[in-house]
Design a protein around this ligand. Structure first.
Ligand SMILES: Nc1ncnc2c1ncn2[C@@H]1O[C@H](COP(=O)(O)OP(=O)(O)O)[C@@H](O)[C@H]1O
Ligand SMILES: [Mg+2]
Length: 424
């Protein structure tokens, strides 16, 4: 053990050498790359610094300050498997490195066989001395660096200053690199979580979309069935009833004025009910849509709207889309009905313009009114369920819907749907 340092200042030559060494180490510590490779490079530089008289053997432990153990992180030079296995973990206070970790002091040891502090033994341990350098970043211990020397070496006069400075540089670099590596790991973890969640969400959205579209089909089928039953069954029974009433009216027994008046009332009631069932059936599912196609159904609905509301409705429809899917035609028709309902309920319009155009690859419907319009913020309101339903129906067919509106300036609803080649 030779820890006493001479007081004489360094010669000019050795100062130059030290600057060169520090410069080289600092340079390596700043170069990009992984931490382990960087440390091995630094150990190569240190073992090459002749003033230290060290062998080409060194290693770095990283400190776990919570568990108070050192863990072997990087080595330079030849070490036996036994050494690497046994030195994987060294508790603070144990052997030379553990002692340096505990005290934060630089240690120099003349020979592993004569030094009581060198407690660990290996089968093929050859005699050697040590520099044990604590790696401290500010007050925090980051690890320990050990350099092998021959036994009883000539200790370098300024080892304390130079090695502690280098220890500080290494510690700061390790901290920075490990932080960066950890940040990088976090970033990658986050990215993969985001990717997973996005995939889950996409799959979930796709399932919802399919479910929604299936429910829509079921609803339309159900409406069709009820409409048919109301129209056919109820309509036929009522017609039969009406015929019976007429027959009764022609019988002698009913010549009585009171009875005749009652029969006439019944006839009126039955006729009104027949009309009502037809209206209900057609509101549920206009037959015209199934029988005559979308353009005629739109014209028919526009006429009904004008009759019912007294609002003028100009309607321009083109030729039917030969390639339009019946489900898509239903979606457009339902969107149209909702647009008209909104005009009736909210717009206070005098006039409405409707166009339906079927181009080669696209179907476009516009519904404009000269009513009071609305604030576009309403589009995002959670209770705008009608508008949301319109959007959803259009989305199911990969289409686009726009609402152009401003208070006082009327409203235009524009729907564009791609027409695929499968009978829309
Ligand atoms: N043509 C229109 N003219 C004026 N306001 C409209 C029109 N269409 C929609 N709105 C406004 O948008 C709101 C949301 O419409 P909607 O989602 O269909 O819900 P609801 O009709 O049940 O109120 C309406 O309350 C109304 O304020
Ligand atoms: Mg509405």
């Amino acid at each position: 053990m030779a820890q006493s340092l001479e007081e004489t200042p360094p010669s000019r030559i050795s100062l130059n050498e030290e600057y060169r060494l520090l410069h080289e180490v600092a340079d390596t510590l700043q170069s990009p790359g992984d931490t382990r490779t960087m440390l091995q490079q630094v150990m190569r530089i240190l073992t090459g610094f002749s003033e230290l008289n060290v062998e080409s053997k060194a290693g770095v432990f990283l400190a776990d300050n919570e568990k108070r153990v050192l863990r072997l992180y990087a080595t330079f030079g030849d070490f036996t498997d036994e050494f690497l296995e046994k030195e994987r973990e060294v508790p603070f206070g144990d052997c030379l490195c553990g002692r340096s970790a505990e005290s934060g002091q630089l240690l120099m040891s003349d020979s592993c066989f004569n030094d009581d502090r060198h407690e660990r033994r290996f089968e093929d341990m050859t005699p050697h001395g040590h520099y044990i350098i604590p790696l401290k970043s500010r007050a925090r211990l980051v690890g320990v660096l050990f350099l092998y020397t021959q036994t009883h070496p000539t200790w370098y006069r300024f080892s304390q200053e130079v090695l502690l400075s280098i220890g500080g540089l290494i510690a700061a670099a390790i901290e920075r690199q490990l932080n960066e590596e950890e940040l990088d790991r976090y970033r990658k973890d986050l990215e993969s979580i985001v990717r997973e969640r996005t995939a889950e969400l996409t799959a979930m959205r796709e399932r919802l979309r399919r479910l929604n579209s299936r429910m829509e089909e079921v609803r339309e089928e159900e409406k069709k069935r009820i409409a048919r039953e109301v129209h056919d069954q109820l309509g036929q029974s009522l017609t039969a009833l009406s015929l019976d009433i007429s027959w009764l009216g022609r019988q002698d027994a009913t010549r009585d004025a009171l009875l005749a008046g009652k029969l006439a009332d019944m006839q009126t009631l039955v006729t009104d009910t027949i009309e009502l069932t037809q209206k209900i059936a057609s509101e549920l599912r206009p037959q015209v849509l199934d029988l005559m196609g979308l353009p005629t159904a739109i014209e028919w609905q526009a006429r009904q709207f004008a009759l019912r509301t007294g609002i003028q409705c100009r309607c321009e429809v083109g030729a039917p889309c030969r390639d339009a899917d019946p489900g898509m035609a239903t979606a457009v028709f339902r969107v149209f009905q909702e647009a008209l309902t909104n005009i009736t309920r909210h717009a206070r319009a005098k006039e409405v313009w409707v166009t339906l155009e079927c181009r080669t690859h696209e179907l476009e419907l516009t519904v404009s009114d000269d009513g009071r319009g609305f604030d576009p913020e309403i589009l995002n309101a959670p209770d705008s369920l009608g508008l949301m339903g319109m959007r959803e129906r259009v989305r199911m067919w990969n289409g686009a819907i726009e609402f152009e509106s401003e208070p006082g300036c009327g409203t235009t609803v524009r729907v564009k749907l791609p027409v695929r080649q499968h009978g829309v």
